[in-house]
Design a protein around this ligand. Structure first.
Ligand SMILES: Cc1cc2nc3c(=O)[nH]c(=O)nc-3n(C[C@H](O)[C@H](O)[C@H](O)COP(=O)(O)O)c2cc1C
Length: 366
């Protein structure tokens, strides 16, 4: 039987699936329910010291659906802020969750203003609850950047290094930095977090977007009193972007625990993140749209994948696909060499090229 446990950033996870910070981890009650269903861990909705400053709007979500199957959500926008629940209530609930499920990994997502005393205070008070790790939210792309928080920090490698350093001095548990995809080079901030002492890197948070415009009212969506603001895009549509970010981060930061997320709904989705270097994976939108019960398929599908390939432990295939990235110039050279017979085409390469040719013909309507 395949062993689904995995060690990441110094923490043993019973399986590599965690709920990502967001509505699925909005309070202790739902986190405990997810643990009962089999999730290996959960990252709670991001906390801050003063929830009175957090004011959400209604509506705050928007959906992009498949043209031919409107019930299928491809992409999801939110303009939701971090948790608007009192900090004291969170401290109690985190303590209670950990006591009820000591074998599950409970990670507290935290965010504060750009002040050392605020970050030190939140870290010191949250870690007293017994959480296994902290995840620093350097990446919420909407609302909070107006207060110079979230992605406003994560886009600036110097600030990422400095704040991670403040946290590391106060922290007695491993520290993850959660990265924004809204940058050209994801490795700059990731390397800065590692210089600051981060034990792990979580990626990606949402991609800044405008989900659409209402063609009746001519107002952008989601519309709040006639107006809107760009929000965070998540769900299957962002998976290819997330895979690329995780791949770049894993290659640039070997030896650091990587937690990958963005559009994961099935075990096959999650395995791809692991093949590109993620030790654990997180799910937010998938659990919102399909329910916490997807954990059953995630675990069963992972076991099936491991058995098909003869892997006994998850660690055996983390990063397995990373060595097969190269430059475009190298691809051209490999193809030229193959054509000239300098390197024999394997049967597998042949098949793959046939598939691509077929796909191209299909696209061109031939
Ligand atoms: C409604 C909503 C609220 C979210 N709130 C948070 C949050 O409080 N803190 C955080 O770090 N990420 C937050 N996220 C981002 C997710 O944790 C995750 O990084 C992102 O959505 C990509 O994963 P997914 O496609 O599985 O949702 C939120 C996402 C959604 C959809």
């Amino acid at each position: 039987m395949a062993d689904l446990s995995i060690q990441a950033a110094g923490i043993r996870h019973p399986n590599p699936f965690l709920l990502a910070s967001g509505p699925p981890g909005t309070n202790g009650k739902v986190i405990k329910r997810s643990f009962a269903l089999g999730w290996g861990g959960a990252v709670c909705k991001t906390l801050s010291l003063d929830s009175n400053k957090v004011i959400n709007t209604v509506p705050r979500y928007g959906k992009l659906t498949a043209r031919t199957r409107p019930e299928e959500v491809i992409g999801f926008e939110n303009i939701e802020l971090i948790s608007d629940r009192p900090f004291a209530a969170w401290l109690e609930e985190l303590h209670d969750c950990k006591r009820a499920y000591p074998d599950r990994v409970l990670i507290a997502s935290v965010m504060e203003e750009y002040r050392k005393d605020a970050w030190v205070e939140i870290v010191e008070r949250v870690q007293q609850t017994g959480v296994d790790a902290l995840e620093l939210n350097f990446s919420c792309p909407h609302g909070l950047p107006e207060r110079r928080m979230g992605a406003a920090m994560g886009m600036d490698p110097e600030i990422v290094e400095e704040v991670t350093g403040w946290v590391k001095k106060a922290a007695r548990v491993p520290v993850y930095a959660k990265m924004t995809p809204n940058v050209t080079d994801p490795t700059a901030a990731a390397l800065a977090a590692v210089r600051g002492g981060a034990d792990g890197l979580a990626a990606i948070n949402t991609v800044l977007c405008v989900i659409g415009v209402d063609l009746e009212t001519l107002r952008p969506l989601p519309t709040v009193e006639g107006y809107s603001t760009p929000g965070g895009y998540s769900g299957p549509a962002i998976r290819p972007i997330a895979l690329r970010h995780v791949m770049e981060i894993a290659r640039a930061c070997p030896g650091v625990g990587v937690s990958g997320m963005g559009g994961i709904e099935t075990a096959e989705d999650a395995v791809q993140f692991m093949l590109l270097g993620a030790h654990t994976t997180q799910v937010c939108t998938g659990a919102m749209l399909h329910g916490y019960e997807i954990i059953e398929e995630l675990c069963a599908g992972l076991v099936a994948f491991m058995e098909r390939h003869g892997f006994q432990r998850v660690a055996e295939f983390i990063g397995r696909s990373l060595p097969f990235f190269t430059t475009h110039a190298d691809l051209v050279e490999r193809q030229r060499a193959a054509k000239q017979g300098k390197a024999a085409l394997t049967a597998r390469d042949d098949l793959w090229q046939g598939d691509i040719a077929g796909e191209t013909r299909g696209l061109l309507g031939e």
